[in-house]
Design a protein around this ligand. Structure first.
Ligand code: HXC
Length: 260
């Protein structure tokens, strides 16, 4: 396992899996500009070096949102500045070539919940808590909450959560479709690693295309999405990995994927 230290985050590698830990526990991993800058740097690196990324938090929070001290310094925001608060970063996570698993260890509030929603798969510890409490600050979610939450949980539930600012527990998050699994606290990282390793064994190019195709369902019409799926599906037929995958099946052996 190799590690790289930043000031606000930690980046570890375990084989092909990168583990990024938000590491400002005394402020419940509130996402200040330094954290966001370090996250951006880490993403550029892991996209080159890893096959799967796990994002988690240290201490009792995943992330308790944008740093409210920093938000208060802002008298007004133009849309460029607002996007830099989280939207651009979270879009980058969503569009990263490799899959991203959120291992949600505790509070995922405001920008923290938005960060989790930008990840591809969400695994929560039983003690995790979720919410979009921006309304209590007379704000609204500003990094995807009004767009990604209804896509995951439906419009009515998203309105209930965003308009009341209510905080929900992990079991409720599972029931409404905000997370994919809930596990005991001490199993969280092992379970996230199990899923990551399962994905890391597949062909990276097929994994990347599958993520791209599924992401396109958010913005494309069904006919356009089906055409896009077919294009990506067809492209895979010219890869070494698809030949190898099909051959290995017929020869009853484990495939050896190269990523092209
Ligand atoms: C800055 C924060 C913070 C935040 C917690 N802290 N959340 N600082 N920004 N978002 C700080 C506290 O001020 C405190 O610092 C320390 O972390 C511990 O927090 P406590 O409140 O003492 O802990 P606790 O009583 O256990 O309460 C936990 C909590 C509460 C329920 C999660 O901290 C909370 O409500 N936090 C704010 C959540 C929120 O409103 N998030 C949305 C932010 S807006 P000191 O120095 O006093 O020890 C947002 C917009 C997104 O996210 C825009 C795009 C990214």
């Amino acid at each position: 396992m190799s590690s790289k230290s930043f000031e606000r985050i930690r980046l570890d590698y375990d084989g092909d899996v990168a583990i990024l830990t938000l590491n400002r526990p005394e402020k419940l991993n509130a996402l200040d500009s330094k954290t966001r800058m370090e996250l951006k740097q880490a993403l550029d690196e892991v996209e080159q070096k890893a096959r799967v990324l796990i994002i988690t938090g240290s201490g009792k929070a995943f992330a308790a949102g944008a740093d409210i001290n920093e938000l208060l310094q802002r008298t007004s925001l133009d849309s460029m500045e607002a996007a830099k608060l989280g939207s651009e970063l979270f879009n980058r996570i969503e569009e990263l070539d490799i899959p991203v698993i959120a291992a949600i260890n505790g509070y995922a509030l405001g920008g923290g919940c938005e960060l989790a929603m930008a990840c591809d798969i969400r695994i929560a510890s039983r003690r995790a808590k979720f919410g979009q409490p921006e309304i209590n600050l007379a704000l609204i979610p500003g990094a995807g909450g009004t767009q990604r939450l209804p896509r995951l949980v439906g419009i009515g539930m998203a309105k209930k959560l965003i308009l009341t600012g209510e905080i929900i527990d992990a079991e409720t998050a599972l029931r409404i479709g905000l997370v994919e699994e809930v596990v005991e606290e001490d199993r969280l990282m092992d379970r996230a690693a199990e899923i990551a390793e399962k994905i890391a064994e597949k062909s990276p190019v097929a994994v990347k295309f599958a993520k791209k195709a599924i992401n396109s369902a958010r913005s494309m019409s069904l006919p356009d999405g089906l055409k896009y799926e077919l294009t990506l599906f067809s492209m895979l037929f010219s890869t070494h990995d698809a030949r190898e995958g099909m051959r290995a099946f017929l020869e009853k052996r484990k495939p050896e994927f190269r990523g092209n």
